[in-house]
Design a protein around this ligand. Sequence first.
Ligand code: ZN
Length: 388
Amino acid sequence: MSTPRKVITKDKVGILVLALILYDTLSATKKRFEPIRQGEVRMFVCGPTVYDSTHLGHARTFIVYDVLARYLRSKGFKVFFVMNLTDIEDKIFEKAKREKTSYQEIAQRYTEEFKEALRELNVETVSLLARASDYLDTAVSQISRMLSNGSGYIVEGNVYFDTSTFPEYGKLSHQSPLEIMLRRIEPSPEKKNQADFFLWRRIDEHPSWDSPFGKGRPGWHIEDTAISISNLGQRYDIHGGGLELVFPHHEAEIAQAEVLTGAKPFVNYWIHTGLLKVKGRKMSKSLGNYILVKDLLKKYDANTIRILCLSTHYRKDINFSERALAKASNQRNEIAKALIVLQKRARGSKSYLEKVLNIEKKFYRFMDNDLDAPKAIFSLLTLVCARF
Ligand SMILES: [Zn+2]
């Protein structure tokens, strides 16, 4: 990882700070962070589908964005952080059927569990948790607008986004039109192009909602566009989520938003987190290799879990193991000890304070370089090791 450029800038209160540099997936470069509105950052992060308990793979993503939001706050920015909750989705309806209960009960149960997991992990920067079901009218009106401006089409009650009307489709995932053409997303003979995606799906059974296009359910991508444009406007600063969401989810979000508003770019910084793996495979419910946050919290505290998630750079995959967890627990104890020593010696010698200040500078320099938390944590550990 390259050393950050030492760009000096002024925050809203006029304090000199080193500039934060973030890696943006769209431009595939590290860019100096500059918000659209002075002193204010607006960010959106894709949240969970509320049909099951939160596992460590999810937690890693949310901890990273919490650290980003906290870091932006520490630089003097006011941060408005919106996270969506997908509460209209087949997995929720299927689970409700299996458990012979309502989908609302399932969504409510796991929304509460998710909120509890965030609280217990000290993820405290989310300003708004927005449920997709509260934005159905907006989604329907956005789909209607896409139908009237020619970027959407309807076949037998299904509404699709016509990717051929948005030549930049593929710009986030860096795929050529040919590569995009060969991707088989939701295959169906009724689509004009293979890459076209659902805006609205015709569903006759319960639950489904009325719309000008008939009974059905909104597509996953439009649910997020409805939430983000409603709360953050036509353009905002940061959009985040796991790396697996780049295509087609985030690609689709860009296409929808940019044809709806005409404002470009929809988002200035696309930030994606790597996967959390167990023995080389992605931690997931379907593979059965998951560790639930609530189970982990019975043995380890929030700071240990946070250090575990932050000890690998956020863009890289983490290989989870008991050893990595034990190492994180050890580091958490060392840092806690160092902070006690620091408090005791707060009125210590000038040379001691200078050394502490030096470590602090290093900490910020690493964090400014695309949130290099592993190195920042290491610099904190030198507080323990250094002989003052
Ligand atoms: Zn999303």
